[in-house]
Design a protein around this ligand. Structure first.
Ligand SMILES: Cc1cc2nc3c(=O)[nH]c(=O)nc-3n(C[C@H](O)[C@H](O)[C@H](O)COP(=O)(O)OP(=O)(O)OC[C@H]3O[C@@H](n4cnc5c(N)ncnc54)[C@H](O)[C@@H]3O)c2cc1C
Length: 399
């Protein structure tokens, strides 16, 4: 017998008719041999046959939920690897901010198990509570750090405490530019360990690692600190682990050298136009520029402008919004006396909420706006300033 797949015209005929009594039996296999010898997904596979014999797609999520329950039951029937009194530890640090384990997380746990002997417990440090996933991915112990309290010094101190308490045989980190890669290097420097970096394949006690040139690689002996990439090892299979909480004393309560003092008030005029979240933008329909500046100050908005306002010398070139100015990304963009020429609109496409103030109800800016005010610019700006300062006294000097 050769390996050539041959067409089965009868099977294909049945598979074209979803009401054929033998359809379900034949369609068990997702991959159907189509003409040209290409394997393709069966689009009719999803859904179920109703009592009336009509194919229905399950949009309630019940089928997906049932598949999840079945997977869980299958996992629970796997043998449990329980390590009561670990002789050694291997610590895996996951810096992913996803609530689910990533492919790399599972590969790192797989690597840890390749390096672990019978009495070694694999500890996983997470930034999320991932109880659901950890047992099937191979974490014997788990510790969750609060991502909101991230400070490099504080977390390094926590890792040092864990290192003192557990003396792990290996630390495994993702070699990335996120928290893990940085922490791994800090930890290596503080422990005086030369880490193995860019490990991409574990085999027979060595790690194959990326070289300086992308086309080269080197085999390195293992170190205590390993920084690895996806597919470094296969995820575990055939057993589950306890994933119980790690009991390490004093992992919290380390005094960080960096203290978060909270937000600091910033003058909106100092925020770069491309980064600010609130813009009051003025165009050719502004009759009173002093009032415009007062209004921006009263609202706490960063000032923007149309090209005409800039060309006419009312506003500096740095404030121009649009194709030949700055592309802005504000949460709120108030366009006062701006017609909405295509070149201006191009610069503000990603603004979340646009408010237009214009005397022309048919102009393009009004069409783009989420909220429109058809009125004279000076009248409305005056009302805004009055509402903020609580009276006209503040505006006596406005011309
Ligand atoms: C190559 C090229 C690049 C360009 N790049 C840019 C760019 O990056 N950014 C940019 O902005 N433009 C750019 N432009 C210019 C653009 O085409 C428009 O000419 C410009 O945006 C118009 O500015 P404006 O809306 O302020 O003025 P106008 O088009 O004159 O509109 C003024 C608006 O104010 C309203 N108005 C008048 N009086 C009042 C009042 N009292 N109260 C309220 N509303 C009033 C009017 O109804 C009108 O809608 C570019 C043009 C070219 C050719």
């Amino acid at each position: 017998m050769d390996d050539i797949k041959r067409r089965d015209p009868r099977k294909e005929h049945i598979l074209r008719n979803r009401l054929h009594p033998q359809y379900d039996e034949m369609a068990v296999d997702h991959d159907l041999l189509m003409s040209g010898g290409t394997n393709r997904k069966n689009p009719h596979k999803q859904g179920y046959l109703s009592a009336e014999g009509i194919k229905r797609i399950d949009r309630s999520g019940a089928a997906v939920a049932a598949a999840g329950v079945a997977k869980k039951q299958q996992e629970q029937s796997l043998p449990l690897r329980a390590i009561v009194n670990p002789s050694h530890y291997i610590v895996v640090f996951s810096d992913s901010d996803s609530a689910k384990l990533t492919v790399l997380d599972k590969d790192m746990l797989g690597l840890a198990h390749s390096l672990a002997d019978g009495g070694t417990a694999v500890v996983m440090i997470n930034l999320h509570n991932r109880e659901d996933d950890l047992a099937s991915a191979g974490a014997d112990r788990a510790l969750t750090l609060d991502a909101a309290n991230y400070s490099p010094d504080n977390w390094l101190a926590i890792l040092q405490t864990i290192d003192t308490e557990l003396s792990p045989k290996h630390w495994i980190f993702a070699d990335d530019t996120l928290v893990g890669g940085d922490l791994a290097r800090r930890l290596a420097a503080s422990l005086g360990v030369r880490p193995v970096t860019r490990g991409n394949l574990y085999a027979e006690g060595t790690l194959n690692c990326g070289g300086g040139d992308a086309s080269k690689s080197v085999n390195r002996k293992l170190s205590r600190i390993l920084l690895v990439e996806e597919q470094v090892a296969d995820p575990i299979a055939g057993f589950i682990t306890e994933a119980s909480s790690l009991d390490v004393t004093e992992v919290a309560g380390v005094i960080p050298k960096v203290t978060d003092l909270g937000g600091v008030a910033v003058d909106p005029a100092d925020i770069p136009l491309a980064e600010t979240r609130f813009i009051l933008s003025g165009g050719n329909g502004i009759r009173n520029w002093a009032l415009f500046h007062q209004c921006a100050q009263a609202l706490g908005a960063t000032e923007g402008a149309s090209r005409v306002a800039v060309d006419n010398g009312h506003m500096p070139r740095t404030t121009q919004v649009g194709a030949t100015g700055t592309y802005v990304n504000a949460k709120i963009y108030i366009a006062v006396g701006i017609s909405g020429a295509i070149q201006h609109l191009q610069g503000m496409t990603t603004c979340e909420t646009v408010i237009a103030l214009n005397t022309d109800a048919n102009c393009e800016m009004i069409k783009r706006a989420d909220l429109s005010i058809i009125a004279d610019s000076s009248e409305v700006m005056q009302a805004l300033v009055d509402a903020t300062f609580g009276g006209k006294g503040e505006l006596d000097d406005v011309g």
